[in-house]
Design a protein around this ligand. Structure first.
Ligand code: C2O
Ligand code: CU
Ligand code: CU
Length: 444
């Protein structure tokens, strides 16, 4: 994977081809950043300013959203809302200073279903100031594709029935742009494994047979290291999880990595394939890997303002009914914004700037939703009334049907910020809204 570094970067969005499946010479027509699936891994340094020039060589408008990065509103990449779209043949220069180290990603925010579904996505890694004590830093960009028998990307984006259900789930999962082979590892090594799910709709639940992965960061933000409940790593669309894995298996053996999120549809994603080298160290490393904290403002729960957001709509299980009208089949507090972002989206709520806010989000639907807030990382307080342990922060929270989650953040950054489901069909069919921080639009 190509790594770019430095304070001025250039990324070109254009049509291209890729060999996603290892079957003969099947080439899939895709849309790509810098000719690659996934796009180039952008490596930035925490606290250092960067300029990223995005050139649009597609036949349609685009923008780039820097998912999870806390940045000025004008750099957030939402067409109409925070910037004019980048027209074909034009460029836009994004400038920001990433405050937080961690695992992030970038993707278009225009015609998202098709642009993301045809391949426009890449990882963005903000490096810690001091290197972290692991033997290797490994990135898995996981993407789901719906391919035809000939290896073409299936048409039919924006199917209304799918939009009211679980979204466009594909039939082919790639790891760093290819249907994966074995992943070589060495006995005794400690690996930091960064997982990024760039899928339109596929939720993953990964299990590492014979291993005990420890979650050390969620959505880029360090948490207290902990093993996930029942050993499954839940990774909804747009989520990132950093794991620390001590390779405790035996040299020359292979261990499966299984995704069993959808009942009856478990498959093995890849294998950890141990080389025959002797273990790198005799005794496992002491203590878990702790990442240095990021400078997140801590919400003050005693003075916080409280808000409620209710997710509604979708196909009702067993009832066949569907809420909504027009393109919208989902709603937040009774209102539906559709598409990808456009001018004049009225904010659903205005949040006092500088103030702490607690949001209670209720999923009154029969479906799962990875709910994403732009511009902020929020502290996850409770889920279904139970305090969430391990100091977990997130920007994309996976909500099970009927879940009620409370999260809190300091609204320190003014502007109009999107909140939407990252199952892209859900977003474009109404599960989207805008939260305004401060008095209104920020113009530069
Ligand atoms: Cu990755 Cu509007 O989001
Ligand atoms: Cu985002
Ligand atoms: Cu959703």
């Amino acid at each position: 994977m190509i790594a770019a570094t430095g304070s001025e970067l250039r990324v070109v969005a254009a049509p291209g081809t890729a060999s996603l499946i290892c079957r003969g010479d099947v080439q899939t027509a895709v849309w790509v950043y810098d000719g690659k699936i996934p796009g180039p891994t952008l490596r930035l340094k925490q606290g250092e300013p960067v300029r990223i020039v995005v050139e649009n060589k597609l036949d349609e408008e685009t923008t780039v959203h820097w998912h999870g990065i806390r940045l000025p509103n004008a750099m957030d990449g939402v067409p109409g809302l925070t910037q004019p779209p980048i027209m074909p043949g034009e460029t836009f220069t994004y400038e920001f200073t990433p405050p937080d180290a961690g695992t992030f990603w970038y993707h278009p925010h225009a015609n998202s279903l098709e642009q993301l579904g045809r391949g426009l996505a890449g990882a963005l890694i903000v490096e810690e100031r001091e290197p972290v004590a692991v033997d290797r830093d490994v990135l898995w960009v996981l993407s789901d594709w719906r391919l035809t028998a000939d290896g073409e990307i299936a048409s039919g984006f924006g199917n209304r029935m799918e939009a009211a259900m679980s979204g466009r789930i594909g039939n082919t999962v790639t790891l760093n742009g290819v249907v994966p082979d074995d992943q070589p590892v060495r006995a005794g090594e400690r690996v930091r494994l960064r997982l990024v799910n760039t899928s339109l709709a596929r939720i993953m639940a990964l299990r590492f047979e014979g291993h005990r992965p420890v979650i050390v960061a969620i959505d880029g933000q360090p948490c207290e290291p902990h093993e996930p409940a029942s050993g499954r790593i839940l990774l909804g669309p747009a989520m990132r999880i950093d794991l620390a894995i001590d390779m405790e298996g035996e040299p020359s053996r292979r261990y499966r990595v299984i995704d069993d999120f959808y009942e009856g549809l478990a498959y093995w994603l890849t294998h950890l394939a141990y080389t025959d080298e002797p273990p790198l160290r005799r005794d496992p490393l002491d203590g878990p890997l702790r990442l240095p904290p990021n400078p997140l403002p801590g919400p003050d729960l005693t003075t916080a303002e409280r808000h409620e957001l209710k997710l509604e709509g979708g196909m009702m299980q067993g009832m066949g009914g569907m809420m909504g009208h027009g393109r919208a089949v989902w709603a937040i507090n009774g209102t539906s914004m559709t598409g990808d972002g456009h001018a004049g989206m009225p904010p659903l709520v205005t949040l006092a700037q500088g103030q702490s806010h607690v949001i209670t989000m209720r999923n009154d639907t029969a479906w799962w939703h990875p709910m994403h807030l732009h511009g902020f990382s929020y502290r996850v307080l409770t889920r279904n009334g139970v305090p969430v342990p391990h100091n977990q922060w997130a920007d994309t929270m996976l909500m099970a049907p009927k879940d009620i989650v409370e999260f809190a953040f300091v609204a320190d950054s003014p502007g109009d910020w999107m909140l939407h489901c990252h199952v892209t069909d859900h977003q474009t069919a109404g599960l989207m809204t805008v939260l305004r921080v401060g008095n209104g639009r920020i113009r530069t």
